[in-house]
Design a protein around this ligand. Sequence first.
Ligand SMILES: [Zn+2]
Length: 144
Amino acid sequence: MQAEFPLPDVHWEPARELWKGAARGELHMPRCDSCGRYVWYPLPPCRHCGAAQWTWTTASGRGRLFSWSIVRHAWIPQFADRLPFVTGLVALEEDPAVRLVTYVVDCAPPDLHCDMPVRAVFRPLRYPGVRGEVTAPMFAPQRG
Ligand SMILES: [Zn+2]
């Protein structure tokens, strides 16, 4: 579906609850019904215990910046008006072994640092020439 790229498919069953939570301003993450650990990416089996069942729960949305990249070149034209932007890996407060790939927003690139406390914010993903938008979890510095 090149015409729909790059919006995420919010109806794709394995990640549908993530997008539903984001639309309500909540970070939904699956927790294993057997061992209680967070399961990310949400495809079986649980990498900790091998179980195949989990329950989506609302996480705090707090975490720390594990790593990031400053994107200065638009490899596809839909990203041109965002430059520069920051993609990052955020380690969740509840389980730092769970690292979400995300946008890092509301922070100038020189101010980024490892282990920076961040919190989830929910912003629309919109791209020129692409119909529709999706509310997505992104991460911004924790303030105060
Ligand atoms: Zn498990």
